[in-house]
Design a protein around this ligand. Structure first.
Ligand code: ADP
Length: 468
């Protein structure tokens, strides 16, 4: 690896107080050691970010835009190295790793040019009232292990654009690419503006309770999101939480099965199912149920599992041992509550591999349907009645995404309006972008990411009211 993998604190690349051993999930063996920060180092990062913020926030917007664009350039220039490292630490196939880096660059370029204009909400003979957005201060981005580069980029971009300084804390199982981003950031941003600090799941609470951290932008599981919300309460921090999902896809009786099956498959099994907005429950009308189960199983059987650096690999392993153990338990649930059409543990000597698994004759009430699996095991549930399937889809405490699949857009549109989730896709799933608001309903999140609404969550609303 040519890029350094050190902590970035106050513009300096540093060793930690210990080491994190990072496992390649395709072998289950460590492939590199990187620094693990101490509590004192996290406190130093917070102090550096706090000290750097006034000057960064006061810098002309054009300067902040120019630095963000340069950071996007640097990411682009190091795409190959970042992508290959991402495969090694995360497991996804190289093509998907390249796509993640490209999307990270795309988000950075979007935020480098995004506008959050001053709004004039009243201008008459009595008053002129303007709404501005001032920096909040220090923002902490706490990221998960499924898309470590993309998620870091889309938290860093809006933080810095609005004049905040930033601390990135990646998940302990995928710290390497985040440290590389830190090495790139060091040459572009003034000291303290960007800091990258790793931990072993032990320093997040310091960020969420520290009085000098103004906002937490968190992506991770719902149980950890609850902890973040609770501990942020002590200092009334701003929080944006993007949490778990149990997205239902509803397939109506008028679909062209051959046409939708590959799209549904991709929506469920991208990144080995480890996507917050993947299809997690597939509700299929009785009339097309057998045909779609068969088509999905046929597609699953063409998947080639392996090390993501092998060109033939179409699906990588699960990212970590805990997730692999959970998937093994869910395969037992699948066998007892339904029928496994195809899939199961991939017979290999090493690595956390689960084949794409299609489970039929299963219904609500099974853990595999009711809980988020975050693994390539898809329950396919039969339905006959639209009202019934809507109430089943909406019964979940989650509400991140959902989709409706039909040959008749009007019918699908009518149904989409009844789904309790932040996003509903019609005849696709998983699509998102920096100009599209992304929000979780119910226990899938708090606040909005992306779009002008998401950007404004990185600023303090600041009204200037002028008497005339
Ligand atoms: P998982 O449970 O799937 O490993 P988490 O949601 O716990 O995922 O992890 C997402 C991120 O949250 C990681 O960076 C992790 O280190 C961090 N984290 C874990 N515990 C806490 C906590 N109590 N406060 C803040 N962040 C935490």
């Amino acid at each position: 690896m040519a890029l350094p993998t050190k902590l970035l604190i106050d513009g300096q690349l540093l060793d930690g107080s210990g080491l994190l051993s990072v496992v390649d999930p395709s072998t289950g063996e460590p492939f590199v050691e990187v620094p693990r920060a101490s509590q004192a180092q996290m406190e130093a990062a917070i102090a550096a970010a706090k000290a750097a913020q006034p000057a960064w926030g006061a810098a002309p917007l054009s300067t902040r835009r120019e630095r963000l664009a340069r950071f996007a350039d640097a990411v682009a220039q190091h795409t190959d190295e970042l992508a290959r490292t991402l495969v090694m630490e995360q497991g996804k196939p190289l093509e998907q790793a390249h796509a993640e880096i490209s999307y990270a660059e795309f988000f950075l370029r979007h935020f480098a040019t995004a506008e959050l204009p001053v709004e004039i909400v009243q201008d008459d003979e009595v008053l002129r009232v303007e709404v501005h957005h001032r920096p909040l201060g220090v923002v902490a981005g706490i990221t998960p292990w499924n898309f470590p580069v993309l998620i870091a980029a889309y938290k860093l971009g809006p933080s810095l654009l609005l004049g905040n300084t930033f601390i990135l804390k990646p998940a302990p199982t995928t710290p390497v690419t985040s440290l590389m981003l830190g090495a790139l950031a060091r040459d572009i941003f003034p000291p303290g503006v960007v800091n990258v600090v790793t931990d072993a799941n032990d320093l997040g609470a310091l960020l969420t309770t520290h009085p000098d951290v103004a906002k937490i932008s968190f992506t991770g599981s719902t149980p950890t999101g609850r902890k973040v919300m609770a501990s942020a309460a002590s200092t009334l921090k701003r929080i944006t939480l993007e949490l778990g999902g149990n997205d239902a896809a509803i397939v109506l009786d008028d679909v062209d099965v051959a046409a939708v099956a590959p799209k549904i498959f991709a929506g469920a099994f991208l990144n080995a199912g480890q996507v917050c907005i993947a299809i997690k429950r597939l509700y299929v009308h009785d009339r097309v149920y057998d045909a779609l189960c068969g088509a999905l199983a046929a597609q699953a059987d063409t998947s080639v599992l392996g090390n993501g650096l092998d060109a033939s690999t179409s699906m990588g392993p699960l990212q970590n041992a805990a997730q692999y153990a959970k998937a093994q338990c869910l395969l037992d649930v699948a066998a007892s509550d339904g029928t496994i059409v195809t899939g199961g543990i991939e017979a290999r000597n090493s690595g956390y591999f689960v084949r794409p698994t299609i489970v039929r004759d299963i219904t609500d009430g099974s853990e595999l349907v009711d809980e988020e699996q975050f693994a390539p095991i898809l329950p396919v549930v039969r339905f006959n009645d639209i009202d019934d399937v809507v109430s089943r889809a909406n019964a979940s405490p989650y509400g991140l995404g959902g989709s409706v699949w039909s040959g008749d857009i009007d019918r699908a549109y009518e149904l989409a309006q009844r789904i309790d989730s932040g996003t509903v896709w019609i005849n696709h799933h998983l699509h998102f972008g920096p100009h599209i608001p992304f929000a979780g309903a119910k226990q899938s999140g708090y606040g909005v990411e992306f779009s002008e609404a998401g950007l404004s969550e990185f600023g303090q609303t600041h009204v200037i009211s002028i008497a005339k």
